[in-house]
Write a protein that binds this ligand. Structure first.
Ligand SMILES: [Zn+2]
Length: 287
């Protein structure tokens, strides 16, 4: 069932595990993630970036697809449909389209502007029972053409944003989107601990979950991270499986060109990735 992400993340914080946010790109992605969540009896967050929303023709299409799929597949685990890194306008459009959760990324604004816009969106989201994530300190790497420098968030600024009544907070701690470079210094746990201490137990969000070693993920969870975003890893798994299928010439055998056959190995690869992450994050059987 479609729910806001607040309750599932508060439970994750109290139970010392994390819920995965897996970004969706199309029907196959959505189906693979929902079926795996049901199979694992795990809560799940479907992330939609503005670019992916546009690709799927708009937020209304995404919302209708997800809500119908939950019904048709008889998905009973808690599912949140969440806008990932939204602008002020995206956030309003997703609230209107029936999303159950939004992220307003005002990290590139000066802190006062971030506070003003976040305050307004908290009131709007909460008036409709929708959860809201905000961000302090931009996450490194590239997301939809926006390059973040990988800042370490200031705990005092994190407190200011957390105090606005947001439901969970994304704070930069050296994490980046996409693949991590070979010379990456790792997560800054000292910064994470300070942010956790300063923000009164609000569930924290770790963006850029692809390629962070398992021991760092576990340590981050122990220091207050309750939501971990995974995007690139599913894309890499899908691409690799699809490439193998084509390289093996399977699309040329019989009806191997049928999209339902051509896309099947990629879908299985997404399922395996999501399953592995749910096990690592500890969300299995927490629905
Ligand atoms: Zn992100």
């Amino acid at each position: 069932m479609l729910v806001s992400a607040t309750e599932m993340l508060n439970k994750a914080r109290d139970g010392h595990y994390a819920v995965g946010q897996f970004n969706i790109n199309n029907l196959e992605w959505t189906k693979a993630i929902l079926q795996t969540a049901q199979e694992m009896n795990s809560p799940v967050i479907l992330g939609v970036s503005a670019g992916a929303g546009k690709y799927m023709t708009g937020y209304k299409t995404v919302s209708a697809m997800v809500q119908s799929m939950i019904e048709d597949l008889k998905i009973t685990v808690p599912v949140a449909l969440h806008l990932d890194h939204g602008t002020y306008e995206d956030a309003q459009a997703c609230i209107a389209a029936g999303f159950s959760s939004i992220m307003f990324d005002g990290s590139h604004y000066a802190i006062e502007e971030n506070i003003a816009k976040t305050t307004e969106l908290v009131a709007l989201a909460h008036s409709k029972g929708i959860s809201i994530e905000a961000e302090v300190g931009s996450i490194g790497g590239e997301e939809d053409g926006v390059i973040g420098a990988g800042e370490i968030a200031d705990p005092a600024e994190c407190k200011k944003i957390a105090d606005l009544g947001i439901d969970f907070l994304a704070a930069g701690i050296g994490n980046i989107h996409g693949k991590y470079p070979a010379n990456w210094k790792g997560l800054d746990f000292e910064a994470l601990d300070k942010i956790h201490q300063a923000t009164n137990g609000i569930p924290l969000v770790l963006h850029g979950g692809t390629g962070i070693p398992a021991d760092m993920i576990k340590k981050a969870i122990s220091l207050g991270v309750s939501k971990i975003n995974v995007n690139t890893e599913c894309q890499l798994a899908f691409a690799e499986a699809t490439r193998k299928y084509v390289e093996a010439g399977k699309d040329l055998e019989g009806k191997g060109f049928d999209p339902r056959k051509l896309l099947a190995p990629g879908v299985e690869a997404i399922k395996a990735t999501v399953k592995e992450k749910m096990e690592l994050f500890g969300s299995v059987n927490k629905a």
